[in-house]
Unconditional design. Structure first.
Length: 367
């Protein structure tokens, strides 16, 4: 377990980090430690682990030798030195690092067969930590922690708010025209949708759609998920175009044999086509939501939207993987090939391209 003074900006990380990259369990514990759900349905059974920061970390060149495999991304467990003062930094462990079992035992007193280690393994395999994909993947292995673990970060919440306001305006206008009380405030309804505690404003819609309380609770979570992925794609599109162009223009330094040059050229073409295909598939899945929502708000047909809410959980996993892969490619490319880090050898470039191809590989392509 190593000290990481680069986390001198833990406070800044807490304030600005993306939901898909950071799960701030310390913040969750601060805000919900008096809640029954947080106490009775913790994400991790180990108290110390349940107050850490979990980060999808893009490995730096000096960190590759901490692993036996050739991964580009690792799940980083950051243990704040002082939970009351994040300026002091933290200690950290990478899930799956060399001597990981000894490190996790030393830090938290748990062995590899502990249920918490299984959860960490699940999260390590995920392309991102976005709350909708995380909830789905944990549910698959029988883990159902409290809803407070699946909130948006402050920065993402603020960025999404305006998007959601625009998105739900047709629904609010519909409610006004039909005389439904309690749904006249776009701001209030947007806040309720983005929170984990939908109230009377949105429950009216649940009754209109003839959903049980449990079905509607699940449905609102799924609706929020689709809004999140639609917003995420909109944020990513411009960056994806720029990143695709950057990958095409990178020229490795030093000698490269004919086979390496051929692989790099072929891989670039594959990545470009896979990015286009992934964006097309994401848009196609999001179109299912758009069609159902338009039927509700433009045609006054609630049946299609009800069916969407019931079907949405089955669409989450693949959609989350695809958005996560695009986010990974954008963030890693910008990090590795930013203005100060343009030089790359052919071997490293091949490793990066191979990782990107793997991230974009569809389920049907997997052996």
């Amino acid at each position: 377990m190593l000290a990481d003074r680069s986390f001198r900006s833990l406070e800044n990380l807490e304030r600005t980090a993306s939901t898909a990259r950071v799960l701030n369990l310390l913040k969750v514990s601060r805000e919900h430690d008096r809640d029954w759900d947080w106490k009775e349905k913790p994400l991790f059974l180990t108290p110390g682990l349940n107050r850490c920061l979990l980060i999808k970390h893009r490995l730096r060149s000096n960190e590759y030798d901490r692993f036996m495999d050739d991964r580009q991304v690792a799940l980083k467990i950051v243990i704040p030195i002082d939970r009351r003062d994040l300026k002091t930094g933290g200690r950290y462990i990478f899930v799956g690092q060399i001597k990981y079992e000894e490190a996790i035992l030393e830090a938290f007193g748990i062995a590899p067969d502990h249920p918490d280690c299984m959860i960490l393994d699940v999260m390590d395999q995920m392309p991102s930590l976005d709350p909708f994909l995380l909830r789905e993947q944990l549910s698959r292995v029988g883990v159902e922690p409290a809803e407070c673990y699946f909130s948006l970060s402050k920065s993402d919440f603020q960025s999404m708010m305006e998007f959601v306001r625009v998105e739900i305006t047709p629904l609010v206008n519909l409610s006004v025209s039909t005389g439904v009380p309690g749904m006249r405030s776009i701001e209030r309804m947007a806040t309720k949708i983005l929170s984990n505690t939908p109230g009377d404003d949105t429950n009216i819609l649940g009754r209109t759609l003839r959903l049980s309380a449990a079905e509607y609770h699940e449905g609102v979570f799924c609706w929020k998920g689709f809004l999140y992925y639609k917003w995420s794609l909109g944020v990513l599109i411009k960056d994806i175009v720029a990143v695709s162009a950057k990958l095409e223009s990178i020229k490795p330094i030093g000698p490269a044999d004919t086979i390496s040059k051929a692989y790099i050229n072929r891989s670039r073409r594959n990545i470009h086509s896979r990015i286009l295909r992934t964006c097309k598939e994401v848009k196609s899945t999001l179109h299912i939501y758009d069609t159902a929502y338009a039927a509700l708000t433009q045609e006054g047909n609630p049946v299609a939207f009800r069916e969407f809410l019931l079907r949405a959980p089955s669409l989450f996993s693949r959609l989350g993987e695809q958005i996560g892969a695009l986010q990974h490619i954008v963030s890693f490319t910008n990090y590795r090939f930013g203005s100060r880090r343009r030089v790359v050898g052919s071997e490293e470039l091949m490793d990066i391209l191979m990782d990107f191809e793997g991230s974009l590989r569809g389920r049907d392509d997997r052996g």
